[in-house]
Design a protein around this ligand. Structure first.
Ligand code: NAD
Length: 474
């Protein structure tokens, strides 16, 4: 596989003015050097996206749809090699990486289908003599910023709707995982996206350079996925120029096991909700909230299943838990666990860094009180704190005791009880008796400090469309 490592501006691969190393976190070796952009190259990307905007916005939706469909097909046919690339630069195991590629490709397929279905509205005004015509137009040049944990899916979840809507884009990937994003940009190039419609830059210094880009009046939209901390900085920057923003931020998902839950099913769901991506998912179950009556059985079965996971570099046959994305991220996980233990957590499993090369942390289970500090942080690793509750009201109060509100999980054999609980929890998504519900056809997003806006579903394309009202006198 020939890796793409240059900047991509106006349909051309261009050398950077600097470079940054990309590491394999399972052994610390450098995989590649990726080009970084200075201010003038970031500006050249805006120039190209701005020039391409009007022609792209006027392209037949059917053509935009066909290009996205082609990108979907290329991505699926090259799934194994993209998965290998993800596994290498991110550390996750190959099976997770392959699952991510197929999920990521679905955003191209879904938005290929949405491109030709943008709804409008035509009505008689209440006064009777006027007509209200509502149409949608692409917002304009959009800046897309993605995190390292799903390097393929977080890019396609933005690229798909942006291109379907008729926007042109500048993509900036996380510095830990740019190679996957570059591969996807190359897929779009091969699928026939015209020059300037998609651009890729890796600013040498994200903070000041992205801020400068946001202050360029030609940039009209910012779609960001990442931490709440960085999201807040970008919302402040965007406010200065009233740039429209979509924010997919951090999570602190509660996983509720009510007393009538099927425990074997709950353990199966818990393993997916916690361990997909080695726990590095905004949707990862971060707090297990378990009814006292079933807690001993759940803790025993869940801990046994966690302890059986094979920890190994992502490309090793049978690996189930790979490396964290970097030693720095792994050490953050270790610090959160150490602080939890100091605050009184009991370690049921794991809890100590795996020494040696590679950023490995073991599957860890803790039992904690409901005021343990770990319950207030997004752990982003294979760590499962479990807290016990007595009444459903108490479980809901624990679930809502966080600044985040992305997703929650509820296990119960009584659908009405699960539904009542789901409606009382403050989160943008709730999974009932399922360990994963991410679906390109469903609206993904959070409430509270987990973000603004939705990606996927019918809502996703509207993050890249403006509503225009045309009033008509007849
Ligand atoms: P991060 O916020 O550190 O970085 C995200 C992106 O922002 C990266 O590309 C990074 O280079 C860039 N960035 C960092 N500082 C910046 C600045 N000052 N200006 C502009 N860009 C800047 O997040 P991360 O560590 O890459 O990813 C993990 C976080 O992402 C977690 O909090 C996770 O919950 C969140 N996430 C959320 C979702 C969601 O859909 N809600 C999905 C995946 C990940």
């Amino acid at each position: 596989m020939v890796l793409k490592t240059d900047l991509y501006i106006d349909g051309e691969w261009i050398s950077g003015t600097g470079s940054l190393p990309v590491y394999d976190p399972s052994n610390g070796e450098i995989i590649a050097h990726v080009a970084t952009a200075d201010d003038s190259q970031c500006e050249a990307a805006i120039d190209a996206a701005y020039r391409a905007f009007s022609p792209w916005a006027k392209t037949a939706p059917r053509l935009r749809s066909e290009i996205l469909r082609k990108a979907f097909e290329i991505m699926v046919s090259e799934a194994d090699q993209i998965a290998e690339l993800i596994s290498k630069e991110n550390g996750k195991v190959f099976s997770d990486a392959r699952g991510e590629v197929l999920y990521a490709a679905e955003f191209f397929r879904w938005f290929a289908e949405e491109a030709v279905r943008t709804p409008g509205d035509f009505r008689q005004a209440p006064s009777g003599d006027k007509r209200i015509l509502v149409t949608h137009q692409p917002v304009g040049v959009s800046l897309l910023i993605t995190p390292w944990n799903f390097p393929a899916a977080m890019a396609t979840r933005k690229l798909g709707p942006a291109l379907a809507a008729g926007c042109t884009v500048i993509l900036k990937a996380a510095s830990e995982t740019p190679l996957t994003a570059l591969y996807i940009v190359d897929i779009l190039h091969r699928a026939g996206v015209p020059g300037g419609v998609v651009n890729f830059v890796m600013p040498a210094k994200s903070g000041p350079q992205i801020a400068k880009m946001l202050h360029d009046p030609r940039v009209r939209n910012l779609s960001f996925t990442g931490s709440t901390e960085v999201g807040r900085i970008l919302i402040r920057e965007a406010a200065e120029c009233v740039v429209r923003t979509s924010m997919e931020l951090g999570g602190n998902a509660p996983f509720l096991v009510l007393e009538d839950a099927n425990i074997d099913e709950a353990v199966k769901g818990a393993m997916i909700a916690k361990m997909r991506n080695g726990g590095a998912a905004c949707t990862a179950a971060n707090r297990f909230v378990v009814a006292r009556k079933v807690a001993p059985e759940f803790i025993e079965k869940f801990t046994a299943t966690m302890s059986a996971l094979k920890v190994a570099p992502g490309m090793t046959e049978g690996a189930q838990l790979g490396a964290s994305v970097s030693v720095k991220e792994r050490n953050k996980i270790a610090e959160l666990v150490d602080n939890a233990v100091t605050a009184g957590a009991t370690v049921e499993l794991g809890g100590k860094i795996i020494e040696g090369t590679g950023a490995f942390y073991p599957a860890t289970v803790l039992t904690v009180d409901k005021d343990n500090p770990i319950l207030r942080h997004e752990v982003f690793g294979p760590v499962a704190p479990i807290v016990v509750f007595d009444t459903d009201e108490e479980a809901i109060a624990i679930a809502n005791d966080t600044e985040y509100g992305l997703i929650s999980y509820v296990y119960s054999s009584d659908l009405a009880r699960a539904m009542r609980t789901a409606e009382a929890i403050e989160s943008g998504m709730v999974a009932i008796n399922r360990g994963v519900i991410s679906d390109p056809a469903a609206p993904f997003g959070g409430v509270k400090q987990s973000g603004l806006g939705r990606e996927g579903g019918f809502a996703g394309i509207h993050e890249f469309l403006e509503t225009k009202y045309i009033g008509v006198e007849i």
